[in-house]
Ligand binder design. Structure first.
Ligand code: ADP
Length: 393
C-alpha cells in the first residue's frame, strides 16, 4: 500500500492542455475518485500516475518514491480498464495468473494468489471456464482478480464498470467497495458518473477543463460545493442555480427575493451572485412548519411532474400565466422541487413554495466561487433597511 502524490502535473498535447497544474495528495489506503465530464482530463491524470503518459511538467510519487519517468511495470500499480481484454483462448485461471507467470513467480505462489483473488471476487469454481462462457460482470471480476494477484501498492481503475448494464453496475460498485474494505489498497478510480463517485469514495476529486475544482469527501462536495461547477455537477437532479444580485437586505432575482444581510457574509450589495438550492431543499409552503428555517413564500406554477416512486420531481415555472407552456421553460425561469410521493399536487396549478435557508448557497457569478453555504437570519434591528428584508411576493 502506498500514498500517491501529484505535484504541479500538467499534460499538453500541442495546444490542448489536457491536465493543468494538478495537485493531489492521496493517502495510503484511500479510495479516491476522479470525476468530471467527458474530456475534462480524468483519464490523462490517471495515465500519468500509471506511467502510460509522461507529464509535460510536474512530479508524481508513489509510496514516497518519485516515479514520474518510470515505465508502468516499475511503479507497483495494477490497472483495470473499461474494456476488459481477457485472452479469449485462456481459461479464467490462466487469465488471472498470466502476469505472474510472465514474471516467473513460483508455481506455488501463483496458485496461492490466484486462489485468494478468485475467492475475493467470488469466482471460485469457475477457474476452468473460458471468457465466452462468462457474463459481463464475471468477465469484469476476472479483470479485477488479474489486478489483485499483482498485490500492487495502488489500483488504478478507468471507468471499469462503464460497459456493464445498470443493475450489474450497481452490484459491482458494492463489490468493489467490499474488496477495498478488505484489502485497503490505495485506489484511484475514474468515472464521469457523479453517483458512482458519491457512493464509492473516501474523497472525490472533481475535475473540469483539466483543472481540479474540489477534492473532499463526497458529502462535503455535495453540501459545500466550492464553486458553481461542483454545485451543478454533483447531485441528480442537479442544484437549481438562479442568477441575481445582492441588495441591501438580501438576494433579488427576476422572480423572487430572499432576505439576509449580505454584509455579514462579506458580500457588498450590488454584487452579481448566483443562488443555489437543491430540489430537496425546495418545499411547498404548506409544509413550511417542518422546514428548519424557511424563506418567505414564493409563488410559482407547477409544470411537469415526474413521479419516481420514492418522490415526485416537480418542475416549477416562473413567469406570466399562460406563458408557462413547456416550450417556454429554460433554466432561468425554472426551479426543480422534489416532494413527498403522496403530496397533493398536480400540473399547471399555482403553488407557494419556500426554500430552506440553511441550505441556500451563494456563489459569486463572475468567478463562480462559493461565498456561503446556508444563510444567517437577516439582521432585524440596527443597520440600514434590515427590517424591510422581506420577499416582495
Ligand atoms: P476524460 O478522461 O476526462 O474524458 P481525457 O483525459 O481523455 O479526458 O482527455 C482530456 C483532453 O485531452 C481532451 O480534450 C482530449 O481530447 C485530449 N487528449 C487526450 N489524449 C490525447 C492525445 N493522445 N492526443 C491529443 N489530445 C488528447
Amino acid at each position: 500500500m502506498a500514498n500517491v502524490t501529484l505535484e504541479g502535473v500538467t499534460k499538453r498535447y500541442g495546444d490542448v492542455v489536457a491536465v493543468e497544474d494538478m495537485n493531489l495528495n492521496i493517502e495510503d489506503g484511500e479510495f479516491i475518485t476522479l470525476v468530471g465530464p467527458s474530456g475534462c482530463g480524468k483519464s490523462t491524470t490517471l495515465e500519468t500516475i500509471a506511467g502510460l503518459t509522461i507529464p509535460s511538467e510536474g512530479t508524481i510519487t508513489i509510496g514516497g518514491r518519485e516515479v514520474t519517468d518510470l515505465p508502468p511495470k516499475d511503479r507497483g500499480i495494477a490497472m483495470v480498464f473499461q474494456n476488459i481484454a481477457l485472452f479469449p483462448h485462456m481459461n479464467v485461471e490462466d487469465n488471472i495468473s498470466f502476469g505472474l507467470r510472465l514474471r516467473k513467480f513460483e508455481d506455488s505462489e501463483i496458485d496461492e494468489r490466484v486462489e485468494r483473488a478468485a475467492d475475493i471476487v467470488q469466482m471460485q469454481g469457475m477457474l476452468d471456464r473460458e471468457p465466452d462462457e462468462l457474463s459481463g460482470g464475471q468477465r469484469q471480476r476476472v479483470a479485477i482478480a488479474r489486478a489483485l494477484v499483482r498485490e500492487p501498492d495502488a489500483f488504478l481503475m478507468d471507468e471499469p464498470l462503464a460497459n456493464l448494464d445498470a443493475q450489474l453496475r450497481v452490484h459491482m460498485r458494492t463489490e468493489l467497495q467490499r474488496i477495498h474494505n478488505e484489502l485497503e489498497t490505495t485506489t484511484i478510480y475514474v468515472t464521469h458518473d457523479q453517483e458512482e463517485a458519491m457512493t464509492m469514495s473516501d474523497r472525490v476529486a472533481v475535475i473540469d477543463g483539466g483543472e481540479l475544482q474540489q477534492i473532499d469527501p463526497p458529502l462535503t462536495c455535495y453540501n459545500e460545493p466550492a464553486n458553481l461547477f461542483v454545485a451543478g455537477f454533483m447531485g441528480s437532479p442537479g442544484m437549481n442555480l438562479v442568477e441575481g444580485t445582492t441588495v441591501e437586505d438580501g438576494f433579488e432575482s427576476e422572480h423572487f427575493t430572499v432576505a439576509f444581510d449580505p454584509r455579514t457574509m462579506g458580500v457588498e450589495p450590488g454584487t452579481d451572485v448566483t443562488l443555489g438550492i437543491r430540489p430537496e431543499d425546495v418545499h411547498l409552503a404548506e409544509e413550511a412548519d417542518s422546514v428548519a428555517d424557511p424563506t418567505d413564500d414564493i409563488e410559482t406554477t407547477t409544470d411537469v411532474l415526474e413521479p419516481m416512486g420514492n418522490e415526485i420531481v416537480v418542475y416549477l415555472l416562473f413567469g406570466n400565466e399562460g406563458d408557462t407552456d413547456m416550450g417556454e421553460s429554460d433554466s432561468s425561469n425554472q426551479l426543480l422541487m422534489t416532494t413527498d410521493p403522496e403530496a397533493d399536487i398536480s400540473a399547471n396549478e399555482t403553488v407557494r413554495i419556500v426554500l430552506d435557508r440553511s441550505n441556500v448557497h451563494l456563489f459569486e457569478t463572475a468567478s463562480g466561487e462559493a461565498f456561503q453555504h446556508g444563510l444567517d437570519q437577516p439582521t432585524q434591528a440596527e443597520g440600514a433597511s434590515g427590517t424591510e428584508a422581506e420577499t416582495d411576493d
